[in-house]
Design a protein around this ligand. Structure first.
Ligand code: MET
Ligand SMILES: [Zn+2]
Length: 762
């Protein structure tokens, strides 16, 4: 018999129950007990829906109230002193580690840990500091708790933890730690904690444990053979069979040491990297290792071609036997929405293409059923649906395809080099030294959301809606003038989301109503789905930017989302390369940039926060990606005259390793997140230099904490040491839409004051 498995499941809960409960707790509207009760109900629902779908190996312990890497640090008692000394409850300490905590009445003001992207996804992990003196002990045995919780409900699960090597590879090295210290040096101290947890699980009756080691799909993973061997020997001594999982890429040469580990199962991502199967079969053939085939994508939302997957699985079965093959998802399903069943606005045809987490569980089970020699209705229907989708894919927009084919090298470059453009822009924009600006969005108040929702439902006329938005834009512009900012923005009130907003106005996209995917903590996004060729029927933002400019004499910055970010934050189609999809988007945006400039908007920001996250995990794959990604940005921004100042914005990632490519974008001004990463970027600037204007974020907008004027001055002083003062721009590290007005006003007033001081003193 062939078994089925899932590696992890969305945390969101039906009706976004998790988000709602967590935020209600933060707002003081429900108690900790209420929150825990809600969380328990969500965990039950998750297990039951996987069980009902027919999944054999159901994960437990990967649910979290914020982030599961943060859970590990907290559970292992790695809690920096700045959190423990605040007198907060354990739960509040945990949340403070994820999102900071400021309570002026109690004199508490503690910044969050650094956040980082999880592999090449838009999910963010919280990276707690580790130093040579870090000690581990079990603060909370979450794996055991949740295993037993499921068991009490009559559901046998497979507990999940990050493997210790991936855990230590993902957490942060403390800034104060000696240069030669590596977080992996802590492995010997960490192993006993893992052994203790595995022993407790075995004692509680668990049949096996899933240890996630996705670090094995990176180049660094290939260097870790000895460490894996010694570590897993010790873990295996706990006596609980271990399934080691990888995801998001290929294990490459590491298969040579993986086959020698004392593990019961090995999981590979065969959706992303189908070619690694042959080598894996060959490697494990003479061992007892069960191969877990990650065939059903945990990253996209397309129905799996079950017939094709069947053929692949049969290869493995022929070599290893049915008992040594498990059908699985390629990664945790946390990157997919919960279910297509709640979507009422998609057509039957569109729905027939799609499969979200619940449906993927059914696919995993159906494939395992068929491979076990039994009938599956779902499998039959799948064959028909896949054939229909292939039919649809043959319909393309030839005008769009022709335009992509006709892209010339000249279309990828501005008229003149930066120094020449700069003079033209200075004459036009007349900005002071240390110009102040923001990244685009301003607080999205309840009124704005209500107005947008009402308009969506037809409860506001076009005119009423436009008036509501204009009023908001006017008040945001007035505020910026009052607080003294130099380069203004319209505030993006009309945007539900920086990608969805554009997708809705382009051809080739479809949208779910409830397809929420976790981005970080309680923040969920609804990625649009690209289903066919992309083009721009009419201007998308000109109307709002023009209005904003009409109510101010200060220059206005237009605001667009870049082609690579739209692509990376959407679910791309699977039948056309990402490069082609990105170029189609770039051409659409190029028209928008030109239209904005023609409407006299002479500063235009094209945000590319997701450019880093799309970077392949293997260095040998970088060039191909970076070439089309950089070209796409340049294609979208190079249609304008010298006097239009092109901005771009980067956040959420460590940009150190691709900084030279950011330079190649040739934006006149970039803003880049630098506040959270402890100014790590300074070293990068110092090393690579940057020839155009740059605004490293002076404070962290992901936390409600208000930065003091002094703090911002200190940052500017630090930046001015590595970047020529006349290239420095002063801005927060990202958009302000998640913030409330109160802290926004205070923070920006401090920012403007610090910039004024810098003009005099730096
Ligand atoms: C995640 S980057 C966000 C950029 C966007 N312009 C904003 O301010 O919201
Ligand atoms: Zn940002």
């Amino acid at each position: 018999m062939v078994a089925s498995a899932t590696l992890g499941y969305p945390r969101v809960g039906t009706g976004r129950a998790a988000k709602k409960a967590i935020e209600a707790y933060w707002a003081g509207k429900i108690s900790e007990e209420d929150l825990q009760t809600a969380a328990k109900a969500i965990r039950q629902e998750r297990w039951e829906s996987q069980k009902n779908a027919g999944v054999d190996l159901i994960p437990s312990g990967e649910f979290t109230l914020y982030d599961h890497l943060l859970d590990h640090s907290f559970n292992f008692n790695v809690i920096p002193e700045r959190f423990t000394k605040q007198g907060l409850s354990p739960l509040d300490t945990f949340f403070a580690m994820g999102r900071g905590h400021q309570d002026r009445a109690k004199g508490i003001d503690v910044a969050a840990n650094e956040m980082g992207k999880f592999f090449d996804s838009n999910y963010h992990i919280v990276k707690v500091d580790h130093a040579p003196e870090t000690e581990f002990k079990i603060n909370r045995n979450q794996a055991l708790e949740e295993y037993e919780e499921a068991k009490a409900l009559g559901i046998e699960t497979r507990p999940v933890l990050f493997g210790p090597i991936t855990y230590l590879s993902l957490v942060r090295k403390s800034r104060d730690a000696p240069a030669e210290f590596k977080t992996l040096d802590l492995i010997e101290k960490l192993i006993p904690v893992y052994v203790e947890i595995l022993e407790s699980l075995k004692k509680a009756g668990a049949a096996s444990v899933q240890l996630d080691e996705p670090i094995l799909v990176t180049d660094a993973g290939e260097e870790l053979g000895d460490l894996y061997k010694s570590t897993y020997e010790k873990l295996a001594a706990a006596g609980l069979p271990i399934t080691l999982t990888t995801a998001y890429g290929r294990v490459g040469k590491s298969i040579e040491f993986l086959k020698e580990l004392p593990i019961a199962g090995l999981h590979l991502d065969l959706n992303r990297e189908p070619k690694q199967l042959d080598a894996a079969i060959e490697a494990v053939k003479d061992t007892k290792i069960v191969l877990e085939l990650g065939l059903i994508s945990g990253r996209n939302i397309w129905k799996n071609d079950l017939k094709a997957s069947q053929a692949i699985a049969e290869k493995a079965i022929a070599a290893l036997g049915a008992d040594r093959v498990v059908i699985s998802t390629s990664s945790s399903l946390l990157h997919t929405p919960l279910t297509t069943k709640v979507e009422t606005k998609l057509t039957a045809e569109q729905l027939s293409w799609l499969s979200f987490a619940q449906e993927k569980c059914a696919e995993v089970a159906a494939l395992a059923t068929v491979l076990s020699g039994k009938e599956s209705e779902l499998f039959e229907q799948n064959t028909k649906d896949i054939a229909a989708r292939r039919e649809f894919e043959r319909t393309s927009d030839s005008a769009v395809r022709d335009r992509v084919a006709a892209i010339t090298p000249e279309m990828l470059s501005r008229k003149d080099a930066f120094p020449v453009r700069r003079e033209a822009q200075k004459a036009h924009l007349k900005l002071p030294k240390f110009p102040t600006t923001t990244i685009g969005s301003f607080p999205q108040t309840k009124e704005i959301r209500v107005a947008r929702a009402k308009f969506g439902k037809g409860e506001l006329t076009q005119e009423q809606y436009e008036t509501a938005m204009e009023n908001e834009i006017k008040s945001v512009v007035d505020f910026q003038e009052k607080v003294g900012l130099d380069l203004l923005v319209h505030g993006e009130p009309e945007r539900n989301d920086m990608v969805q907003y554009f997708g809705e106005q382009l051809t080739g996209f479809i949208f779910t109503q409830l397809g929420w995917v976790q981005s970080y903590g309680s923040r969920y996004v609804r990625p649009p789905i690209i289903v066919s060729d992309v083009s721009r029927p009419t201007p998308m933002t000109v109307r709002w930017s023009s209005y904003a400019q009409s109510v101010s004499s200060k220059p206005m910055k237009g605001m667009l989302t870049g082609p690579v970010t739209i692509l990376n934050w959407s679910f791309p189609r699977a039948d056309v390369s990402k490069e082609v999809q990105s170029k189609q988007l770039a051409l659409a945006l190029r028209d928008e940039v030109v239209d904005l400039a023609n409407a006299d908007i002479r500063a235009i920001q094209v945000d590319e926060p997701a450019i880093r996250e799309g970077l392949p995990l293997r260095r040998e794959d970088w060039d191909e990606y970076l070439t089309w990604a950089v070209d796409s940005f340049r294609l979208s921004t190079s249609g304008v005259e010298n006097d239009t100042q092109v901005h771009s914005h980067f956040c959420y990632s460590d940009f150190g390793d691709i900084f030279p490519h950011i330079q190649r974008l040739d934006a006149d001004v970039i803003s880049i997140e630098a506040s959270k990463a402890d100014l790590k970027l300074l070293d990068v600037f110092a090393k690579h230099g940057y020839s155009n204007e740059i605004g490293p974020g002076v404070y962290d907008i992901h936390s409600p904490r208000v930065p003091s004027e002094q703090e911002i001055k200190d940052r500017l002083v630090a930046f001015a040491k590595v970047i020529p003062a006349d290239l420095l721009v002063v801005n927060p590290d990202c958009g302000l839409k998640t913030r409330a007005w109160k802290e926004t006003e205070e923070s920006l007033a401090n920012l403007v004051a610090a910039a004024k001081w810098a003009r005099e003193n730096l």
